[in-house]
Design a protein around this ligand. Structure first.
Ligand SMILES: *[C@@H]1O[C@H](CO)[C@@H](O)[C@H](O)[C@H]1NC(C)=O
Ligand SMILES: *[C@@H]1O[C@H](CO)[C@@H](O)[C@H](O)[C@H]1NC(C)=O
Length: 413
């Protein structure tokens, strides 16, 4: 009897909660902000937010953007003819059998940054056209290769930053990932356990030892923790609309060592990197935009930008740069925009290389090149300083000189 009463009370409480939520929604309805707020009041959240999924076309393909909506599953009533489904940063925990089968046209599915800890074997049934599947930043420990069978066209699979348990049950998936033609399946994903395999890449693991050695687990000799900063776990990658790596404000003191090679935009701003060494971006061949603003840079070695053949925009603003070393800029063939503001540029002989390079590359729009030192040139445009050095003193400076002379004269009188 008492148990029954307790149960009733529990049920009552559960029902009370949504009502509370609804009331607070009603209270907020008056504010213009209401339509834009998310996650206020527990109840109705899912319903309201699915209505907010954005549907749009790009290059003739249909996208459904349901990111950041507290969703735990896909919803009835979503359009079925979409090509790209964006579900990043929701609350999905389990991918159930046939969960996506109504979206038979799907080419890409972004499930990153959820809380997925389980994928049922037929979760991706019906996705025969799927090419890109993003599952990074979740809680997956194991899966079988059967999950991949419904997707014969899959060429791009992200699995990193999941706590992979490298024991025998993972064997079949590993074998599939390691087939040489599956070049872009599961790159960067690493074992979290057992201790003896922690940090090893799924792509490189010796699969044969996995099941053979499973009963003689060696936990006695953990690998020493690596000092390297791992971009793939520290930073977030977004595939849409362009592949972007967002490492801004992560407290990094180095450029991460395992930058993905297919990234188009990289944001490293707001860190504490200080020194750019040679060839740190060598493998980021597709990079078009690199943001290094506000990261305390005071030294850039020659060769630091090696490999950035297609870089179009470089933001170096708000750092501690004094000048560019000779040859630093030579790798940037296609640069179009260079942001240099808020650096203590020193107007002496060292700055000439930068001006020389800019002269040879008139297509590069640059901003913020103002002398901070020495005192007599503070506030001058660096270009004007270099002109005076070369003996082509611009008119306004000459006038300034004349005024100073006049003032001096006045003082003397
Ligand atoms: C680079 O990052 C800073 C700070 O995060 C931002 O203010 C700036 O607009 C970014 N630069 C570009 C070119 O997007
Ligand atoms: C410039 O960088 C400093 C630290 O490097 C930071 O505290 C400051 O907020 C940045 N300013 C802007 C405008 O981003």
């Amino acid at each position: 009897m008492r148990l029954l009463a307790a149960l009733c009370l529990l049920l009552l409480l559960r029902f009370a909660e949504p009502r509370r939520g609804r009331r607070s929604d009603a209270a907020e309805r008056g504010s213009a902000e209401w339509a834009h707020t998310r996650g206020r009041g527990r109840a109705g959240v899912v319903r309201r937010q699915t209505q907010e999924c954005k549907e749009y076309f790009d290059a003739g393909e249909k996208y459904l953007d349901c990111q950041d909506r507290q969703l735990t599953t896909v919803m009835e009533g979503w359009p079925k003819d979409i090509h790209h489904l964006l579900l990043a940063r929701n609350k999905i925990q389990v991918l159930r059998d046939n969960m996506f089968s109504q979206f038979s046209q799907l080419k890409s599915l972004d499930l990153q940054q959820n809380a997925i800890s389980m994928v049922e074997d037929r979760a991706f049934n019906g996705l025969s056209k799927l090419r890109t599947l993003l599952l990074q930043h979740n809680s997956l420990k194991t899966a079988s290769d059967e999950v991949l069978l419904p997707m014969p066209r899959l060429t791009y699979l992200r699995l990193y930053d999941n706590p992979w348990s490298c024991h025998c049950p993972l064997d079949s998936l590993l074998r599939t990932l390691q087939v040489p033609s599956n070049r872009n399946l599961g790159n960067y994903a690493k074992c979290a356990e057992p201790l003896s395999l922690r940090g090893q890449k799924l792509k490189k693991l010796n699969v044969d030892s996995l099941c053979a050695g499973d009963n003689q687990v060696d936990e006695t000799q953990p690998k020493p923790p690596t000092k390297k900063i791992v971009a793939t776990s520290m930073c977030h990658t977004y595939m849409f609309p362009k592949p972007v790596l967002d490492c801004s404000y992560k407290g990094l003191s180095n450029v991460p060592s395992d930058l993905p090679s297919d990234i188009v935009k990289m944001d490293l701003s707001g860190n504490n990197i200080k020194h750019l060494r040679p060839k740190q971006f060598l493998h980021s061949k597709d990079l078009k935009m690199l943001n290094l603003s506000s990261t305390s840079l005071n030294q850039i070695d020659a060769g630091a930008f090696a490999g950035l053949l297609y870089l179009r925009e470089l933001d170096l603003s708000n750092n501690s740069l004094h000048y560019f070393q000779y040859a630093v800029l030579e790798d940037l063939y296609f640069l179009r925009k260079l942001s240099l503001s808020n650096n203590p540029w020193i107007c002496d002989y060292n700055i000439h290389y930068l001006i020389y390079w800019l002269k040879l590359h008139p297509g590069v729009a640059h901003t913020g090149l103002i002398c901070a030192e020495p005192r007599e040139f503070r506030g001058w445009r660096v270009v004007d300083y270099v002109k005076t050095y070369n003996g082509e003193c611009p008119k306004d400076i000459q006038t300034g000189g004349a005024n100073n002379g006049a003032q001096g004269g006045t003082e003397n009188e």
